[in-house]
Ligand binder design. Structure first.
Ligand SMILES: Nc1ncnc2c1ncn2[C@@H]1O[C@H](COP(=O)(O)OP(=O)(O)O)[C@@H](O)[C@H]1O
Ligand SMILES: [Mg+2]
Length: 260
């Protein structure tokens, strides 16, 4: 049985020597780190680094080939753990139900789990929508919303579960810089307001360095560096500096106009 919301608390996550292979390709190599209860922890890194695979391993969608992941000392690979601890993931594509209104998208999980009576459910949906400035969108359908609003609705839907652990996969991808900044602020604010542990996966350096209480840089399936943003920014590691400050060389022949 999962605990009632008043008993719930943020959880800690411990990743211990995790490796993951698909066939003969090892995409995560011996990764270990801990995320503290209530922390906003960011895993940043280039595309293909293994960030999503690691996130899916935490939620139990992917089983590590080696090593273990614990959520408050419970094994993340075991389905019972995800009945005991309320974990919610905001997927990259949002994964909203297009045939359902914003209200019904948010109400789906609580209705399926018979969590609240009708009035309480309405109150909860409106409270969450208000926290995300989405009250006006309550009766709209996903196709009628902008990219930023859809992203906020998928975060709102995750919050309806009153999660103890909230995972975000590329929450600012496909958003313009202003909306990306708004979503980043929102993630940081919600972490405090809803007393949740947040793990955010992103290739967005600005998001990582602004909202991460600690940030891990993942490159080629390994944790290249892990520290608080100010320490990471001054780290004397060329891989870290290269990721944080990529050099664009317009003289590079790759970028020259081709003769046809
Ligand atoms: N289900 C899968 N089967 C085979 N290979 C996969 C699968 N999921 C991810 N990969 C591979 O694992 C590597 C890491 O992917 P991913 O975690 O999605 O990277 P990213 O850091 O961009 O999120 C990539 O090479 C990808 O092709
Ligand atoms: Mg990914």
């Amino acid at each position: 049985m999962s605990k009632s919301s008043t008993e719930r608390k943020a959880v800690e996550v411990s990743i211990e020597h995790v490796s993951k292979s698909f066939g003969t390709q090892e995409v995560i190599h011996d990764v270990s780190f801990q995320v503290c209860a209530g922390e906003t922890f960011v895993i940043m890194g280039p595309s293909g680094a293994g960030k999503s695979v690691l996130l899916k391993s935490i939620i139990g969608l992917i089983q590590p080939t080696q090593g273990k992941i614990f959520i408050d000392h419970l094994n993340a690979s075991v389905p019972e753990t995800h009945r005991e601890v309320v974990t919610s993931m905001v997927f990259q594509a949002g994964a909203l139900f297009n045939s359902l209104s914003v209200f019904d998208n948010l109400a789906l999980y609580p209705r399926e789990h018979l969590l609240y009576d009708k009035d309480t459910l309405e109150d909860k949906v409106m409270t969450v929508l208000k926290a995300l400035s989405l009250e006006q969108a309550v009766n709209k359908f996903p196709s009628e919303l902008s990219g930023g609003m859809r992203k906020r609705v998928s975060i709102a839907r995750s919050l309806m579960m009153e999660p103890q652990l909230l995972l975000y996969d590329e929450p600012t991808s496909e958003l313009d810089p202003i909306m990306a900044a708004t979503i980043s602020e929102l993630i940081a604010t919600l972490n405090e307001e809803f007393n949740v542990t947040s793990i955010v996966v992103s290739h967005d350096r600005e998001l990582a360095m602004s909202i991460g209480q600690r940030v891990a840089l993942m490159v080629d399936g390994r944790i290249q560096a892990l520290d608080i943003p100010s320490k990471l920014a001054t780290m004397d590691d060329p891989v870290v500096q290269n990721f944080l400050h990529p050099v664009i060389d317009v003289q590079n022949p790759r970028f020259r106009k081709q003769d046809f």
